[in-house]
Design a protein around this ligand. Sequence first.
Ligand code: PLP
Length: 294
Amino acid sequence: MAAPFDDRDGSIWYDGKLVPWRSAQVHMLTHALHYGSSVFEGLRVYGGQIFKLREHTLRLIKSGEILGFTTPFTPDQIDAACRDVVKAQNIVDGYVRPLVWRGSEMMGVAAQQSKIHVAVAAWEWPSYFSPEARAKGIKMIISPWRRPAPDTAPVHAKAAGLYMICTLAKHQAEEQGAHDALMYDYRGFLAEATGANMFLVMDGKLHTPTADCFLNGITRLTIMDLARARGIEVIERHIKPDELAKAQEVFLTGTAAEITPVGQIAEYSFTPGRMTEQLTQDYTAATRGQKAAA
Ligand SMILES: Cc1ncc(COP(=O)(O)O)c(C=O)c1O
């Protein structure tokens, strides 16, 4: 097993400066640990450059605002922190994890006077799913956990607390020999995977669930732009589970997952095909700052 994440060499940016990796710690009476008051981002580094850095930084700050706190650094400062960490860690192809959380000044549900902390770590990280699983298309179960309604949780924040059901769903998938789980939304429509959005190819068109109760992923938006640039019609709508029977290709999108073809969801099977391949090529080019091939 790789070294645990708290026992590595290098530096982490913590509240404004780089500190030794092992000393980037919190106290057990940190509000975020008890009441889930933290938000985070995940970014990828390609060839030493962070992809969509400003978009992720703005979403991080927005997520904090949704949880009722102000991130005590400007977008420029957070962008610079991410770049500094990538440079300090010598990351060529890897992952960046900024985190903003409430500290330990108040213990109890109310936390208005808690100090807001910001930290950014980065590490080498290849594929989220194994290359073999990606080649065939990953296997997914349908989770009994649903994405909550917008009036029951802060669904548009990338907030740590929302991942409690994702971890439960992912564990259940892995226990059943699958790679990931598809979650319905609170109405019973298709929503997303445990850490990625989803797309269905139906008769040459790209369909994707409307992001009205889950994260409107930065990769999702990038893929929609790339598809439209190819003249592919993109349809955002509420999709019923039995419509999976009509999909020829299905894939997931996310910073970590990139574009991951899906081979099976419960009893439905799909074969990764032309559109998934084309958009994967275009996404790869975009992440390297290149124009899509003609
Ligand atoms: C639950 C969830 N949905 C969707 C996404 C995709 O978002 P993005 O493309 O911005 O990484 C992620 C990953 O961040 C996620 O964790």
